[in-house]
Design a protein around this ligand. Sequence first.
Ligand code: LMR
Length: 352
Amino acid sequence: MKKSILLLIIVLLIAIGIFSSQKLFHPRKLVRDYEQEGLKDQIVLKFSHVVAENTPKGLAAKKFADLVYNKSNGKIRVEVFPNGMLYSDIEEINALKENKVQIIAPSTSKLGSVSEKWGVLDLPFAFPSYQAVQEGLNGKIGQELLQSLESSDLKGIAYWTNGFKQFTSNKGPIRKPEDIKGQTFRIMQSKVLTAQFKQLGAHPIQQSFDITFQSLDNKKVDGEENTLSNIYSKKFYNLQKHLTISNHGYLGYVVLMDKTFWNKQSDYTKRILIEAMDEVTKWNQQQARKMNEEQLALIKKNSSINIHVLTDSEKKQWIKKLDPLYDKLAPTIGYDLVDEMKKLRKKYENAK
Ligand code: LMR
């Protein structure tokens, strides 16, 4: 008798346990309703990028996701995957085409595999100021580059900014063009950047962004070129002895979607995405500049890296050494584009 009462109590306790674990402790399981208004129609877009979250691109992607969500009352959700956690910069264009992700924002230097024309933005000392960058991207140069994507079934939605590139190295200091001779440098996947380092007598190695830290750490390369926000957020400054503020090249992004995928979206979705993108793009221009300045201050504060700012006369020597590349690369990039860039540069140099 006693045994059966005990058994009954045990069975009751188990039953209560199962009931309460479902109903009391996991009430969400019971209220999930896939038919509720809005949820079944929700569109989810994966946005993959390779940099840290606390960078001009990382923050812009996050802000874009928030704006899209709010503007669409939760009907369109952008999921951001930073730090190359889904795809490296070498893989992301294919991932976009295979619809594994729906938005990417590679640096324009990496678009050479789509069209050689993009190399125009990598020409050394092409943009004397941020204003020149904006004029170039919003004008003929930017338009022609966006058009060059169409035949590859890509849609360029916007240009985002990071900033100007600087040199970091373990063998330095780098003040004059000859200081870089013989050094091995990690660079992005770009023919123009390869030509730039060869022109300087250095050894460029194209590597994806996500292995740059490791390459610097293992001393596989002596240095790299990047914006201050990338140097700061990936802690390259901890692995390098010298930083030269040279502003010798521009690093910006083109936000891309697959054209076929884009064309399939409703007018409503397109409108929300464009509205949010326009807002973020304006914000990103201010933000990027501020971030690069603030993060230079943080690099100074947090490290003992030796910083050299190119003097005007040093800068002239670099320009003289690298200028022949404009004519040398014009047959590859396109004569018209290189001419446009030369004109733009002249205009802003004279404005100084
Ligand atoms: C790099 O590869 O150094 C940069 O393009 C990374 C980025 O996306 O800013």
